[in-house]
Design a protein around this ligand. Structure first.
Ligand SMILES: O=C(O)[C@H](O)[C@@H](O)[C@H](O)[C@H](O)COP(=O)(O)O
Length: 249
């Protein structure tokens, strides 16, 4: 059952999401020594990382015992401002003592696979498998952060796209993406659903229809974010405008 929390505005949502993350990650590390977090691109996802950097409680998290993954990445050169990894590093990762071996970035288009986005996707699937428990090819991520688009995409899984129909692979190449840049690497919905917690974070009236459809049982093929569910918890963090089409209780 999804949980929905509505905040008065986007800045408060990002600050509250950051506070939730500090507490949850510190609790997970106290319980089991480490934690794993899937990062997202997009304005809200990066705003949360910036709030995390500024949080007075930030270093309650042992950044060296945290595994970072990405839900998707734009397949552009490493120093391109469009890179989710570059934005995440500028917002947070370059400001805290992470363990570089535990920052699992997706390949850039000028990286070891050149412009072969399929090879980049296959390589990331191997990274996931290498960090997965026996018998699985995807880690049991503790928290998977996601944004969503007005037409219902999440990560780089778009409505009625090859990616949303993918049931076997954990990571796919995405071409001709409606949201630029056009070429990306993305986790698939089955991989996202390996997460214990999935946190969907978004603001703005443009997302209200997709939020309402996803929370009222729309099919994941038409509204991919409807398929972004955690094994234990699916938490929607919204501002009032993004929640504007939800039934009022
Ligand atoms: O790489 C990306 O573009 C993101 O992963 C994408 O899924 C994003 O989270 C949504 O499009 C929401 O983006 P905004 O928060 O900027 O609306």
């Amino acid at each position: 059952m999804a949980e929905v929390v509505v905040y008065s505005g986007g800045e408060l949502l990002a600050a509250a999401a950051a506070a939730r993350l500090v507490t949850r990650l510190a609790d997970l590390q106290a319980a089991k020594g480490s934690a794993s977090l899937v990062l997202t691109g997009g304005g809200t996802g990066i705003a949360v990382l910036e709030q995390l950097r500024r949080s007075p409680a930030r270093d309650a998290v042992d950044w060296s015992r945290l595994d970072f993954y990405w839900g998707d990445e734009r397949f552009v050169p490493a120093d391109d401002d469009e890179r989710n990894e570059k934005q995440a590093r500028e917002a947070l990762l370059d400001h805290v003592p992470v363990d570089p071996k535990r920052v699992h970035a997706m390949a850039a288009s000028d990286g070891e696979f050149g412009d072969d986005v399929d090879a980049a996707a296959a390589a990331y699937a191997r990274v996931l498998a290498d960090n997965a428990p026996a018998g699985s090819d995807v880690p049991e991520f503790d928290i998977c952060l996601l944004g969503l688009g007005g037409e219902g995409h999440t990560a780089s899984v778009f409505p009625d796209s090859p990616a949303v129909h993918e049931t076997e692979r954990s990571v796919v190449a995405v071409r001709d993406c409606p949201k630029p840049p056009p070429t990306r690497v993305s986790l698939t919905l089955p991989a996202i659903r390996r997460a214990h917690d999935v946190w969907l974070m978004t603001t703005g009236e443009a997302k209200a229809e997709a939020v309402a459809l996803a929370l009222s049982g729309a099919s994941e093929v038409q509204v991919p974010v409807a398929g972004a569910r955690g094994q234990q918890r699916t938490l929607w963090l919204l501002d009032r405008t993004a929640a504007g089409k939800l039934p009022t209780t």
